[in-house]
Design a protein around this ligand. Sequence first.
Ligand code: FE2
Ligand code: FE2
Length: 208
Amino acid sequence: MTACLDGGTKAVDERVLDEQLWMDKVRAEMSEARYDHVVGVVEMADALARRFGVNVADARCAAWMHDLAREWPLERLTQIAEEIDLPSGFASIPALLHGPVAAHFAARWFGIDNEDVLNAIRYHTTGRPGMSMLEKILYLADGIERGRVYPGVDHIRTLAESDLDQAVAASFDNTLQYLILTHQPIFPLTVMARNELWERLTQAPQAR
Ligand SMILES: [Fe+2]
Ligand SMILES: [Fe+2]
């Protein structure tokens, strides 16, 4: 049913049909500006997947789905959150709910059952320790797609041309600095993910 299930073997025209369905449905759930962001994330996730040897169909699928619930009212998100399997701690920060809710609806609406794709969607705002390549690619693509403008984004884009872990680690630092400066809550999984990456990156190169 979906490219996420067998992105490597499905005929190209079948994958195009899947994507057309996702585009139409996702577009109906959000503003034009948000949809433009999603298209930018799809393009960036596609480029990063090719660059770092990850399944391109899975990356595009996760990118299409990731913000499908981003503009839903908080009441709707919290109601759904009470009915689904929410990762620990997510309920305490409303801005994080749209990830797990989007993963739930990616499965329900489109039949996506690839756990790696669903986890990439679920954790795209927070990251987490032990992220897969696909999870890192969606997290990074979300932060550096063509429409993103913030201090430090060009540095992260430059790192993303050659080193996925360095780029993701720099993106975590940038996000955490912003959250501190704006007095926003910091999610523990993000700190753990950031610490894990830098611990690895600051070890001797042969250990990486
Ligand atoms: Fe998001
Ligand atoms: Fe996004």
